[in-house]
Every structure is written in structure tokens, then in C-alpha cells.
Design a binder for this molecule. Structure first.
Ligand code: NAP
Length: 280
């Protein structure tokens, strides 16, 4: 690959070090609580990774594990309890919830000031209107990667493939706040290749293995691979590895955007803790 690696391992370690130093200066230890329902192995893995990162920087974390037989009311009761606990700075309900549980009412119940996944409508509204918001970690991680490697954002054309509430939409808001020109593509976009070829920066968040091929990328573009599709021989990104011969910058898979998500969720927790405790 000739593209420069946007290395999530290097940048997440830098974020962790900065956080560790910041937390050490605080008069309290921020506290993050995970809520995990059922035994989905991927969810358990993600929570463990975030717990490890929390520990590394001095954030206290705790995990509530509910059985997959838990009712909607039981899950919501846990969230209510955490909202009311003044020592809790961040609440993260790990998705997906088991079949039969509706995630939206659970997410809507989280105190917006403790909503470290940034999925509560109040935070979505704050983010889009340019007010201080808790924003989702994955798109925040994309900007942190570009900033670390000095890839300019202002004035550049960012093409985002995928419009989910978790990745594509908040990424669009964050890139606009940084004065990029943003195009959102999705499953109904006609001639996706013609659109992605216009991108100085391309965010691939469709969740379709290798959907972005080398002919779809302008020479020198920065390509950020968010997609993670489980396949028989491992996890595939949305970006075909041959893109690395055309792009100027590319995130590796694994070792790219996923590691940044873990670091940025802890970063958001520290930010949430500082803001909330300053107000009380
Ligand atoms: P999602 O809710 O399924 O959204 C996928 C989006 O991609 C939708 O907007 C969809 O369009 C669009 N899309 C699907 N197929 C497409 C195609 N062939 N061409 C163009 N657009 C297409 O998924 P998500 O939650 O955003 O996650 C996306 C991927 O990122 C998944 O693989 C997920 O595992 C991964 N992920 C990674 C991280 C990380 O830290 N790296 C974090 C979160 C998620 P429509 O809106 O028209 O349906």
C-alpha cells in the first residue's frame, strides 16, 4: 500500500495519554457505567475494550449485565437509577439489545448530560445547531485521526457513505462544523462511484464489505474505513485493500477507526464529567 496509514493504534494511544494527564489533574475520578443486556459476544468484547481504556486513563467504570430475558421495564429501570446517581458521569447502553427490546425508548431515557454515546435527541439537536453537545464517538474519532496526521478538513469535500444516526449523520454535522463541504451518500445514491470520486475525504460507513473499490477513489484522497462486516476468515472493512494504492491516506482494518471509537468514548466521558460537575 502506498497510502499513508491513519493509524488508530498510534492516535488512540496519544488520546489515552492526553486523557490520563487530564484526569490526573481533576479533583474527582469520572465514572462511566455500561449497561449490557444478554450475552452477545461482540457487545461483550466492545464493553471490555472500553473498560480497559477507561482504566488506563483513570476513569472508573462499572458494568451492569442484565440477562437476555430482561424486560423493557427492567432495562429502563436500570437507566433511571443511573440518571439519579450523582456519582455517575456517563451512561452507555451497549447496542444491539436482544430481540424484543426496543432500544430507542431506552436511549431517550438517558440523561442527555450523561449520554456519552451522543444518541439522545437533545444531543443530536445540540450537535446540529452548533451548541456544546456530547457527540458519538465513532465520527469524533474520524476527525481526531485526520487532525493527528495533519489532513486539512476546512474547505474540502467530504463524501460520507452511510447515513445512520450512529455514524454518517453525526459525521456530517462534525465535518460541517469544521467548514468542510459534505455530501451524504446512501443505498439509493445513483452512481456511487461518481460521487465518491469527488471526495477529498471519503468516509465509508455502509457496513458492506469492500464496497469502496480503487476506481471509486480520487488519487490522493483520504479514506476512512468505518465498516466492519464479520466474515468466515475475520472482519472485513467497507474499503477494498487495493484502495491503498490510489488513496493518499487510509485507515487500516483492523487497527483504524475501531480503536478510535474506544478512545473517543472515554474522551466524551471525561468531557461530560467536567461539564456536569461544574454545574452542580
Ligand atoms: P447502518 O445503520 O446499517 O447504516 C448503513 C448505512 O449505509 C445506511 O445509511 C445505508 O443506506 C447505507 N448503505 C448500505 N449499503 C449501501 C451501499 N451499497 N451503498 C451505499 N450506501 C449503503 O450501519 P451503521 O450502524 O452506521 O454501521 C455501519 C458500519 O460501521 C457497520 O459495518 C458497523 O459494524 C460499523 N461500525 C463501526 C464502528 C467503528 O468503530 N469502526 C462503529 C460503529 C459501526 P440507507 O440509509 O439508504 O439504508
Amino acid at each position: 500500500m502506498t497510502a499513508i496509514r491513519l493509524d488508530g493504534k498510534v492516535v488512540s494511544a496519544a488520546v489515552a495519554e492526553r486523557l490520563r494527564e487530564r484526569v490526573a489533574t481533576l479533583p474527582f475520578a469520572p465514572k462511566l457505567v455500561f449497561v449490557r443486556v444478554g450475552e452477545d459476544p461482540a457487545s461483550a468484547y466492545y464493553v471490555r475494550s472500553k473498560e480497559r481504556m477507561a482504566k488506563r486513563v483513570g476513569v472508573v467504570s462499572e458494568t451492569h449485565v442484565l440477562p437476555d430475558t430482561a424486560s423493557q421495564a427492567e432495562v429502563e429501570a436500570v437507566v433511571r437509577g443511573l440518571n439519579d446517581d450523582d456519582e455517575v458521569d456517563g451512561i452507555l447502553v451497549q447496542l444491539p439489545l436482544p430481540e424484543g427490546l426496543d432500544p430507542q425508548p431506552v436511549l431517550d431515557l438517558i440523561d442527555p448530560d450523561k449520554d456519552v454515546d451522543g444518541l439522545h435527541p437533545v444531543n443530536v439537536g445540540r450537535l446540529w445547531t452548533g451548541r456544546p453537545a456530547l457527540a458519538p464517538a465513532t465520527p469524533r474519532g474520524l476527525l481526531a485521526l485526520l487532525d493527528h496526521y495533519g489532513v486539512e478538513i476546512e474547505g474540502r469535500h467530504v463524501v460520507i457513505v452511510g447515513r445512520s444516526n450512529l455514524v454518517g449523520r453525526p459525521a456530517a454535522a462534525l465535518f460541517q462544523h469544521r467548514n468542510a463541504t459534505v455530501t451524504m451518500a446512501h443505498s439509493r445514491t445513483r452512481d456511487l462511484a461518481a460521487v465518491t470520486r469527488q471526495g477529498d475525504i471519503v468516509v465509508a460507513a455502509a457496513g458492506r464489505a469492500r464496497v469502496i473499490t480503487a476506481d471509486m477513489v480520487a488519487p490522493g484522497a483520504a479514506v476512512l474505513d468505518v465498516g466492519m462486516t464479520r466474515e468466515a476468515d475475520g472482519i472485513a472493512g467497507d474499503v477494498d485493500p487495493a484502495v491503498g494504492e490510489v488513496a493518499g491516506y487510509l485507515t487500516p482494518m483492523p487497527g483504524g477507526t475501531g480503536l478510535m471509537t474506544v478512545a473517543m468514548v472515554i474522551d466524551t466521558t471525561v468531557e461530560a464529567a467536567v461539564r456536569r460537575r461544574a454545574r452542580r
